[in-house]
Write a protein that binds this ligand. Structure first.
Ligand code: PHE
Length: 427
């Protein structure tokens, strides 16, 4: 039966037609991995904080993960039909309250609260997503922002001085937009001059390049110390800037880092939309940038962690390998075999089943024993026009061997849920 309400940390959220939070997600809220100095996520968080120390950023890392729709979407100018707002992407307590999907949900209050020229926010964030080795419904982001007042005398020189005070790096930067930050697809806001955009963008990009350098240089140092002789350890770090879109910034970019032969998306950023600053009562005179970095993917690379579920494991064999302040390489312990099971079904006509719904159902019955879920077959019957789908689920535990019997029960529950909730016909 549907629950009437959910109570978290002493607050009660009445349920409604938006409620879609499974119990296993509620357990994750309490973990606060970024606050654990001996956990890879906490170690990375501390490294970033240390790198930015003394540069004028207030640290916020205590925000509660339940926020309002207003904080997460409205105040940032998300269009009403943005897919991020949908029930298949976001965990809702009810139509007003949800689990933040990004740290940008706190930009508004930090702009209001902050007494320094900038701030950093670190937090756990939640999104419905695929199930595989790099995706988990909870992950971590680090947000940064910085602002200047145009009322300050010589504020343009001040921004230039701030740019010059960012420590230099040896990073090789590919930036087609450095001299021409404004393009047709990525226009400036009318209230800013081209010169302001150029300076604020330069400060933003130099700050992120500096951070990326701090993090990856540290990782390379510890890999070398551990005796690795991989050639990439001696090549300079390479990054490139690409254009991006976020509702609350303009222009917007993303930085990608070249790491072991691949461009790795690392951080979205941009010049904050004036409306967000005005909503925060920051004053008419401000210009500002913001960025958001995903910590989990980077921590996986730095610590050599093959599966994102390991971050949430309670296994001592995982935790005893990490120590505060150190980037060490994870030594995998025995991997238990997985059990693959397929589920095939006919969809009812005009079905609303979204692939994230299947992920969610698997997750709710298998928890962290869901290693991966993928669509392996999909077709439309030529005569009846009915649509068929087949998902392959790999059940695998980080901690122990699974028995056929328990998989049968879990898999049976998955099939049941699909049938009762989405009216599919198991084949
Ligand atoms: N919140 C964005 C994301 O989750 C990142 C971002 C932060 C982009 C701040 C621009 C400014 O991808």
């Amino acid at each position: 039966a549907p629950v009437k309400s959910l109570t978290v940390d002493g607050k009660t959220y009445p349920s409604d037609e938006w409620t879609n939070i499974p119990p296993f997600i509620l357990d994750l809220i309490q973990r606060k991995l970024h606050k654990n100095p001996d956990h890879p996520i906490g170690i990375l968080h501390d490294l970033v904080k240390k790198s930015m120390n003394g540069m004028g950023y207030t640290i916020y890392d205590e925000f509660h993960p339940i926020v309002t729709k207003f904080q997460n979407f409205d105040v940032l100018g998300f269009p009403e039909d943005h897919p991020g707002r949908s029930k298949s992407d976001t965990y809702y307590f009810n139509k007003e309250h949800l689990l933040r999907t990004h740290t940008s949900a706190h930009e508004h209050e930090c702009f209001q609260d902050c007494k320094t020229p900038g701030y950093l926010i670190t937090a756990d964030v939640y999104r419905k997503d695929e199930i595989d080795r790099t995706h988990y419904p909870a992950f971590h982001q680090l947000e940064g922002a910085r602002y200047w007042s145009r009322l300050e005398p010589n504020y343009l020189e001040k921004i230039q001085q701030d740019i010059d005070s960012i420590p230099k790096t040896n990073i090789i930067v590919e930036d087609p937009f450095r001299d021409q930050p404004i393009t047709e697809n990525n226009p400036k806001q009318t209230y800013m001059t081209p010169e302001e955009v150029r300076l604020v963008a330069t400060h933003l990009k130099k700050t992120i390049e500096y951070l990326v350098n701090q993090v990856f240089e540290n990782a390379r140092e510890s890999a070398k110390k551990a005796g690795s002789t991989e050639p990439y350890l001696n090549e300079p770090l390479k990054v490139r800037w690409v254009e991006a879109y976020f509702p609350w910034t303009g222009p917007s970019w993303e930085i990608e880092v070249w790491w072991k032969g691949e461009w790795l998306e690392c951080c979205g950023c941009g010049i904050v939309q004036r409306q967000v600053l005005l909503n925060s009562q920051l004053g008419e005179d401000k210009i500002s940038w913001a960025f958001g970095i995903g910590l989990d993917r980077i921590a996986m690379l730095l610590f050599g962690i093959p599966d994102i579920r390991l971050f949430w494991s309670l296994d001592e064999r995982f935790h005893k390998q990490f120590k505060r302040g150190e980037i060490s390489t994870f030594a995998p312990y025995s991997k238990y075999p997985g059990v693959k099971r397929d589920v095939s079904f006919w969809l009812p006509s005009e079905s609303t089943l979204h692939c994230n719904d299947v992920m969610e159902i698997v997750r709710s019955h298998a928890g962290d024993m869901a290693e991966s879920v993928e669509v392996v077959d999909e077709f439309v019957h030529p005569k009846t026009g009915r649509k068929s789908q087949c998902y392959r689920i790999n059940y695998q535990s980080m901690e122990r061997n699974l028995t056929n019997q328990e998989i049968n029960v879990i898999h049976g529950n998955v099939e049941n849920d699909l049938t009762t909730r989405f009216d599919v016909e198991i084949r």
